[in-house]
Each structure stands twice: as structure tokens, then as C-alpha cells.
Design a protein. Structure first.
Length: 622
């Protein structure tokens, strides 16, 4: 492919030099034509005289139609004679003086498609006569009414005969512009379309890239007819298939324009989708001899849709995307003009050009669009990376700020905890130790009450040790704590003349009670027992303690005189009990007991390290 492209360029550049040198090339414009199914030149029937180029517009007698063209020429002393045919559609076969000298391929369906392929046929000089010579060309194809474009209608161009060296540059130039360049463009358009479609697929906000890429790939598929000679289908079938592709192409192109300006319309998408289905159905159902008329109508409708989409695009881009208006508008305007010219050619308003202009101008416009879209994608990607870097920097700054705030909050919480702990210590010292010291000072005024002073001093020392343990003590095995509570409670109630009924769980030795929880629970139990001794006048007291791995239930009941809940005193003792219960996250209930007396119920959550489930056991002391 590469060497042929380079060779074609060189030959194209030097073609005028070759054209002006050597013996003259004979141009055959006058011929006689005859509709005949014969596989050999008809003889001696001269046929109808015509002037080349000749296009098939009459109604055929059979399909595909076959015509014979007969021309005469003189031998001008060519050493290596050749025949050059610029266009023969759909295919041809050449005879010189009744002898076949070459052809373009299959002459029966599926025909070889040579409408865009020039033909250079070499033949031996020995076939020439010194005087009059006869050239017969057999052409097989379809009239204009049976194909979707005039470029593929049957016909024959002027025929040139002369020296091979003079005709070869013409052939190579024509082959380059019509075939080689079309192949290169088709490959490039396919690759560009694939890349742009992939970009649109990856970024939903760039959905217009996806539609543009699809439009390019569809166009490259439709352009295959320019350089593919052999297709596994009849000419009419291929015309229907490739014409049907204009529906999806229009769908992708219109959607590209709407998405580019950020104005997609659901109803437009639905109409275009139904159109993609309706076009092939219409082509299949239409009579074969109306294919050209139906295709022309389809091209006109699609052209009008493109005009409307272009007008809407120009209006929106002028209002909201002024920078893109001139570039996109200029390219779309050029494409619009080419589309109008193509419609004029298909409707016979303009002469058929030698080169299918739209198929070569469209890739150039598409390439300009593609470069623009890729640059926009690169700019968006660069902007996205910049924003990502800014976001990362902001996240880092916020993270550092949060870290500083957390450190400050931790310090603040530590200060608040220290202040709360100081408040608790002050409260304990004031409520417990302070009160006892005041009582001791008053009792010391009476010399005969030394035993009471000693007892109160011992109690104050115990409270002081308990407060110190709450600050510096290590966790204590729960069985040891229960043993201390039992010893102190039984001793105090017994000395006060109250019978004690103690019922407590027997937790594992591995269960450790934190020192602070021990202090708070000890003070609540001590206060409850003190209230029984001082205020209840009870003869019996029940102490129930149930311990599980996650909570503790403590109850103290007596059979004393009880109280009226509405008249329950709000002294420091009850207030301290409630405050300590809240500190532990628990709940405290003080209610009348059934049968008389008071019932104190405390429930607190605990976090104990348990290796085996607690086992409940009870004991009664009297």
C-alpha cells in the first residue's frame, strides 16, 4: 500500500510530461451501442450511434442489463498498445478485432464493482491491422432507476487508445485519487472514529464524542463501495444495504450536534431511531425500478434534517458557545454546501463529476472536527488533573486542620475530664470526709464520747482511702470487692441491731472491677445502708447483688417504717446516690417496699473480662 501510494504520487506529478510526449493518444468518442445478451461481439449489426460518455437511463429488457459498444480506430504505430477506460459501470470486457483482450472481473451476479475503478488493458500489437481496426466493449450494469446514486448507474466513459507508457500515468493518477486515497482515508477515518468514540464512552459528559465517532465509522463503512470490487451480494441488495446506513449516520450526526451544545431531545432521538428502521423497510418494499427515486427522497429528507440540526446548533452555539461557533459553523456550513451539491447531482440538476466529491471532502471536514474534539478532550483532561491536584491539596489542608482540631478537642476533653474529676474529689471530700470531720469536732467537745470520736475517725480514714483508691488504684478482683462489701455491711448493720440477709453472686476471680466503679458503687451501698441504720427503724435488711459480664444489679431493702414518696427528703445522701449512679451510666430507683419499708434498686452497666460464665450463689446471715 505504501509503495503504491508513493509511486502513484510520483506518476501523478509527472503525468503531464508523459502526456505531451510520443505518439498521440487517440480519443474514441463516437460509438454504436446495442442491447444484446450475446457473449461475443455481435456481427455485423452496427447498433445505435451514440457519443461517449454514455449513461444508461432507458428501461432495461432484463437485469442486469448488457450492452455492446463498437468503435473503430487506426493503428498509429504503437509498440505497446493499451486501452484506457476512465469509467465503466458496473463492469466491462474488451475485444480487439474480434479477440478478447481483457476485462474487469465477474460479468454475472454478483458482479465485480468497477464503477470507481479505472481500467488499463494491454494487448499485443499483433492483433492490430494496418488499416481499419475494431474495438468492442461489453458492459454489464444497471440503469439509473435501479441504483441509489448516479455514480453507480450503468454507462461508459470516453475510451483512449495509445501507447501504454502514455496511458499508464493517467491510469495511475485516476487510481490514486479514486481508490488509493479512498482506502487511506477510510482506514484513517475508522481509526479516528474508534478513538473518539472510545473517548466519549469513557466520559459520559462527553457523549457527543461517542456519536461523532460512530458517525465516522459508519461513513467509513459506507465508503467501502469506493474501493471494494467484490461483494457477496447482488448490486440491488448492496444498494439497499448501504443506503440503509444513511439512517444511522444521520442519527449519529444529529445527536452529535445536539449533545455538543448540551441540548439533547428525547423525542428527536426516538424519531431518528424509528427512521433507522423505516428506511430499510421502505427500500425493501419499494419496486426495484423506483430505487433511485426512493433513495433520492431519503437523501432529501436526511438533508433537511441536517439543515434543521445545523440551524439549531448555530443558534445555540452563538448564544452559549461563541468561541466554537465560527470554527464549527464554518465546517458545518461547508458540509451543508457539499450535501446540497450532492443532492443536486443525484437529482440531475448538476453534471456527474469525475470524482465523488462528498466522499473526499467529508473526511477532511471530519478530520478537522476530530482534531478539535481531541484537543477539547485533552484540555478537559488537563483541567481535570489540575482540579484533582487542587482537590488533593484541599483534602490535605483539611486533614491537617482536622488533625489540629482533634488534638485541641482531645486536650479540651482531657481538661474537662480533669475538671470533672477535681469536682468529684471536692464533692467527696466535702460531702463525706468534711461532714465527718465536722461531726468529730463537735463530738470532741464532750470528753466522755471518745469511742464515738474514734469510730468516726476510723470511718473518715476509710472514706479517705476509698477516695485515694479511686484515683490511683488498680482494678480489683470482683470477688474481693464483694467480700469487702459484705464484711463492712454486715458489721455496720449488726452493730446497729439489724439482721442482715445477704444474697450475692459468686463471680469468677478473673473478673476485675475498675477502681473508680468500685469507689462509686461502694459509696452508693454505704449510703443506702446508712439510711437503713439512721432513718428506717428496721429490724431486718436484705442486700441482693447480681453480677453478669456486662451489668450489675444491687438492691437494698428494709422492713422499717417506710416513707411517703411525695415527702421523700432531698438531702445530700440521696442526691449523691443519684449523681453517682448517673456517673456510672446506670439507673437508681428508691421506692416503698411491699409489706413496708424502703427498696433501693441500682442497675449499672459493666465491662468485665470474663473467661467463664458467672455462677449465682446466695447466703443468709442472721
Amino acid at each position: 500500500m505504501a509503495y503504491r501510494l508513493v509511486l502513484s504520487l510520483l506518476l501523478f506529478c509527472v503525468a503531464p510530461v508523459y502526456a505531451r510526449s510520443g505518439p498521440a493518444v487517440q480519443v474514441l468518442e463516437q460509438a454504436s451501442t446495442l442491447l444484446s445478451p450475446s457473449l461475443a461481439p455481435p456481427d455485423p449489426e452496427p447498433g445505435e450511434p451514440i457519443t461517449l460518455p454514455h449513461d444508461w437511463t432507458d428501461a432495461p429488457s432484463s437485469l442486469p442489463e448488457q450492452r455492446w459498444y463498437r468503435m473503430s480506430f487506426d493503428d498509429r504505430g504503437w509498440s505497446l498498445p493499451a486501452i484506457y477506460v476512465e469509467r465503466a459501470c458496473t463492469n466491462l470486457e474488451v475485444w480487439v478485432n474480434g479477440q478478447p483482450v481483457g476485462g474487469g472481473g465477474s460479468m454475472v451476479e454478483p458482479l465485480t464493482r468497477n464503477c470507481y475503478f479505472p481500467q488499463l488493458i494491454r494487448f499485443p500489437r499483433s492483433l492490430l491491422h494496418s488499416g481499419h481496426n475494431r474495438l468492442d466493449i461489453r458492459v454489464v450494469g444497471y440503469p439509473q432507476a435501479w441504483v441509489a446514486a448516479r455514480q453507480r448507474a450503468g454507462g461508459l466513459s470516453q475510451v483512449l487508445i495509445g501507447e501504454q507508457a502514455e496511458l499508464a500515468p493517467r491510469f495511475d493518477s485516476r487510481y490514486f485519487w479514486n481508490i488509493t486515497l479512498a482506502q487511506v482515508i477510510g482506514i484513517c477515518i475508522s481509526l479516528v472514529g474508534l478513538v473518539i468514540a472510545a473517548l466519549g464512552w469513557m466520559r459520559r459528559q462527553d457523549r457527543h464524542n461517542l456519536y461523532f465517532g460512530l458517525a465516522l465509522m459508519l461513513w467509513s463503512v459506507m465508503s467501502i463501495r469506493l474501493y471494494v470490487q467484490h461483494l457477496p451480494m447482488t448490486v440491488v441488495a448492496s444498494e439497499i444495504v448501504f443506503t440503509s446506513l444513511y439512517g444511522p449516520f444521520a442519527f449519529a450526526l444529529v445527536q452529535f450536534l445536539l449533545h455538543y451544545v448540551g441540548q439533547p431531545r428525547r423525542w428527536v432521538r426516538q424519531v431518528l431511531a424509528w427512521q433507522c428502521v423505516a428506511i430499510p423497510v421502505l427500500l425493501v418494499l419499494a419496486p426495484a425500478h423506483t430505487l433511485a427515486a426512493v433513495a433520492s427522497g431519503i437523501y432529501t429528507v436526511l438533508g433537511c434534517e441536517f439543515v434543521l440540526a445545523f440551524v439549531f446548533f448555530a443558534r445555540q452555539s452563538w448564544r452559549f458557545m461563541r468561541r466554537d461557533f465560527w470554527f464549527m459553523g464554518a465546517n458545518l456550513g461547508l458540509l451543508l454546501g457539499l450535501t446540497g451539491a450532492e443532492l443536486a447531482i443525484q437529482n440531475g440538476w448538476l453534471a456527474l463529476p469525475k470524482i465523488h466529491l462528498l466522499h473526499f471532502a467529508m473526511p477532511a471536514i471530519a478530520f478537522a472536527f476530530g482534531v478539535r474534539l481531541v484537543r477539547q478532550f485533552a484540555a478537559a483532561l488537563s483541567e481535570s488533573e489540575r482540579l484533582n491536584r487542587e482537590l488533593e491539596q484541599r483534602v490535605a489542608d483539611k486533614t491537617a486542620e482536622i488533625t489540629r482540631s482533634y488534638a485541641q478537642l482531645s486536650d479540651l476533653r482531657a481538661d474537662q475530664a480533669a475538671a470533672a474529676e477535681r469536682q468529684r474529689i471536692a464533692s467527696d471530700l466535702h460531702d463525706d470526709l468534711g461532714a465527718q470531720l465536722v461531726t468529730m469536732a463537735q463530738a470532741s467537745l464532750y470528753a466522755g464520747d471518745t469511742s464515738r470520736v474514734a469510730e468516726m475517725a476510723r470511718q473518715a480514714l476509710t472514706d479517705l482511702r476509698l477516695s485515694v483508691r479511686g484515683l490511683t488504684g488498680e482494678p480489683t478482683p470482683l470477688p474481693h470487692v464483694l467480700a469487702d462489701w459484705r464484711s463492712e455491711t454486715v458489721e455496720r448493720l449488726t452493730l446497729a441491731g439489724v439482721t442482715v440477709l445477704w444474697n450475692a453472686s459468686d463471680p469468677p476471680l478473673e473478673w476485675m472491677l475498675p477502681a473508680r466503679a468500685q469507689v462509686q458503687l461502694s459509696r452508693i451501698l454505704r449510703e443506702a445502708v446508712s439510711n437503713v441504720i439512721r432513718h428506717s427503724g428496721a429490724r431486718r435488711c436484705w442486700v441482693d447483688i447480681h453480677v453478669a459480664s456486662d451489668h450489675m444489679q444491687l438492691g437494698v431493702e428494709d422492713d422499717g417504717r417506710g416513707f411517703d414518696p411525695s415527702l421523700m427528703p432531698q438531702g445530700h445522701g440521696l442526691g449523691n446516690m443519684l449523681r453517682r449512679a448517673r456517673t456510672l451510666g446506670g439507673s437508681l430507683q428508691i421506692v416503698p417496699r411491699d409489706g413496708g419499708g424502703v427498696s433501693v434498686r441500682l442497675g449499672v452497666p459493666l465491662a468485665l473480662d470474663a473467661t467463664e460464665p458467672p455462677m449465682g450463689s446466695g447466703g443468709v446471715l442472721s
